[in-house]
Design a protein around this ligand. Structure first.
Ligand SMILES: [Zn+2]
Length: 402
């Protein structure tokens, strides 16, 4: 049994306005949360062997969960940032061979071993910043063979790091290559999805549903995600990021576990999404990096009592931020959630977006002991010092891992 004692604030993540137990303890048995409460009420059974961590008056909460990342890539895109600051649009950059096509090229040039090492290092940094579960999308392979190669390496990383960080791979159908006709590419992606499922390379499927000649429209997204769902992949969708692109409607129609971005959703479609309990996953790091003036309608999400998640969208082009404490702080600074809501959406909210709410994301007896201890005695200091790493200790399945 592992005892964590002298916790200044234990954040339960039972609801957006979550319960806080002050001066608390937490007991872990066989990788799971066994018990918790106030230090005054701590009674230890003599027969048990205890390993003790003294939190020394620090705050403890569930490990961060990041339900939307494009972590697997090579090469950075700082040139594009410059173009964007010179007011060139996302589509203009894509047309010039920038954006996803550039990352495709840079990643394709690397050998398996190089890609493994590069992305392994990134994941250790992710862990240092308190993320204990992460979703990773493919999508920079574009062509079937390269997509399957990337997913294969993501699965190797998953296996190597399984005691430190849980990785959930997603097959993302990202953009249409310039040398294949759209109809043909869609059929090709359906065939690829069959292989992905058969070889157990991904848990989720995802589509970039947007207006534009390289991305997928409402009808195509519906076709692809329905097919993935039929095969047994759990559908997610990039929806309404740059325009009213009907991705929100597709999310409802298919029954996606989450619809992500939602900068431009339509009220009637959100109401439909709510009916099927589709999680609204919001990505404030991208809003910051793209300097988007339009924000997702958070008061509307709240009024409709939708489930909300705050994730990073970590990727080389539109959000190089993988640090969840920064993303959660941006949820407050940019989108207007209060601090408690932001923390809840960055933990439990993401558990819902990954269909793992029964296992992780909150402090409850029987849930997995994926926990973080902050350097601070209260969680508000994490927001106040949002540019600093707030993590003192990371615990994965009951063991200290960082
Ligand atoms: Zn994304």
């Amino acid at each position: 049994m592992l005892l964590i004692k002298n916790i200044s604030q234990l954040l339960l993540m039972d609801k957006p306005d979550f319960t806080i137990i002050e001066n608390a303890y937490l007991l872990i048995k066989e990788n799971k949360i066994y018990d918790f409460g106030e230090m005054n009420n701590l009674k230890l059974e003599r027969k048990e062997d205890y390993q003790i961590i003294d939190a020394k008056n620090s705050c403890l909460l569930p490990g961060f969960i990041d339900s939307h990342t494009h972590l697997f890539f090579s090469g950075t895109r700082e040139k594009e940032l410059e173009m964007r600051l010179n007011k060139e649009s996302y589509y203009e950059i894509l047309k010039k061979g920038g954006g996803i096509y550039y990352t495709y090229q840079k990643t394709k040039e690397k050998k398996d071993k190089e890609l493994f090492e590069e992305n392994y290092k990134k994941l250790l940094n992710v862990l240092k910043w308190g993320t204990t579960t992460i979703e990773i999308k493919s999508g920079y392979g574009i062509y079937p063979d390269e997509e399957l190669r990337h997913l294969g390496i993501i699965n190797q990383l998953k296996e190597r790091l399984k005691d430190k960080i849980t990785i959930l791979p997603t097959f993302l159908i990202h953009v249409i290559p310039k040398d294949i006709k759209r109809e043909k590419y869609i059929q090709l992606m359906k065939k690829t999805m069959e292989i992905v499922k058969k070889e157990k390379l991904a848990i989720f499927c995802d589509v970039f549903c947007e207006k534009g000649e390289n991305t997928f429209n409402e009808k195509e997204s519906l076709e692809l995600l329905s097919y993935g769902k039929k095969l047994g992949l759990i559908p997610k969708i990039h929806a309404n990021e740059l325009y009213y692109s009907k991705g929100d409607y597709v999310a409802y129609k298919v029954g996606c576990v989450s619809a992500d971005h939602l900068i431009y959703p339509e009220v009637k479609n959100l109401k439909l999404m709510r009916k099927k309990d589709v999680v609204a996953t919001l990505l404030p790091g991208t809003s910051l990096f793209l300097q988007m003036k339009k924000k997702p309608p958070i008061n509307l999400f709240k009024r409709l009592k939708m489930k909300i998640a705050l994730a990073s969208d970590y990727n080389p082009g539109t959000c190089p931020i993988y640090q969840m404490p920064i993303i959660i702080s941006l949820g407050a600074f940019l989108y207007g959630f209060n601090e408690k809501e932001s923390l809840y959406y960055g933990t439990r909210g993401n558990a819902y977006a990954l269909n793992l709410q029964h296992k992780i994301g909150s402090i409850e007896k029987g849930k997995e002991a994926d926990l973080i201890i902050l350097k601070y005695d209260n969680y508000q200091k994490m927001f106040y010092n949002f540019f600093e790493n707030p993590i003192k200790i990371v615990i994965k399945k009951g063991k200290i891992v960082s």
